[in-house]
Design a protein around this ligand. Structure first.
Ligand SMILES: [Zn+2]
Length: 233
């Protein structure tokens, strides 16, 4: 047998073992899937100038056309590969900040997660009801998050933006109170007492996506109003 032939057989065996490991060991399949998703994200990350570029010349209608073209393509792919329906077991409250991607946050694209998003993760009564609806629909863990470098937190700490966004900044001032209000809702309190539900608090490191678990006050700092200029997103 020639050296080349031996090498081809060895590589073939390695590929077969790797393919079997991916197909037969769920943890390996999950991690390889996550790796491939990440490759996709990183490839698209590089394409800043491709379509929806951040300059003054692009018009709203061009952006809308771009969005629809991408949706056409995505829906065509979805037609070929229908989604597996999962029952969510977690609901995450997160800021609307575009840098936060909840699938990336949990390294999982299987949709076990309901997501409620508001600027600054504010939790007005309507959002409290949304979380409760998720709990009544079988969710067992509620994760209430905030994140570093949050524009809504910055807005709540500047007098001029407080004037511009009075409703939002008032909700920012009341974040801790609204979380306590949510925890006191009978459905939530009873589910926690029975051990059927856990509510967790975590601040997302916006750069690394790491969840820093803390208490309510650490996760939702009360805005301190200052006149210092702030550069936010
Ligand atoms: Zn934010």
């Amino acid at each position: 047998m020639t050296k080349t032939k031996k090498l081809v057989i060895a590589l073939g065996l390695i590929a077969a073992v790797a393919a079997a490991a991916v197909m037969l060991i769920p943890q390996v399949e999950f991690i390889v899937g996550g790796g491939l998703v990440n490759i996709g994200y990183r490839l698209q990350d590089r394409l800043g100038k491709y379509d929806l570029q951040h300059d003054e010349s692009i018009s709203p209608s061009e952006i809308w056309e771009g969005l629809m073209a991408q949706n056409d393509l995505a829906a065509d792919v979805r037609d070929v590969f229908p989604r597996t329906v999962r029952h969510p077991v977690v609901v995450i409250l997160a800021c609307m900040d575009a840098r936060i991607d909840t699938s990336e946050l949990v390294g999982d694209t299987r949709r076990y997660y309901y997501v409620v998003r508001t600027a600054g993760s504010v939790l007005a009564p309507a959002e409290q009801e949304m979380l409760e609806l998720a709990v009544l629909n079988g969710v067992k863990v509620v994760v209430l998050t905030s994140h570093s470098d949050c524009a809504a937190e910055a807005a709540a700490s500047k007098p001029e933006s407080r004037e511009k966004f009075p409703a939002l900044t008032e909700l920012m001032d009341e974040r801790v109170h609204h979380v306590e209000e949510f925890l006191a809702r009978p459905v939530i309190r009873e589910a926690m007492e029975k051990g059927e539900l856990e509510v967790k608090f975590a601040r997302i490191d916006t750069d690394s996506d790491r969840l820093v678990v803390g208490d309510i006050e650490a996760t939702f700092p009360t805005p301190s109003v200052s006149n210092e200029p702030h550069v936010g997103h």
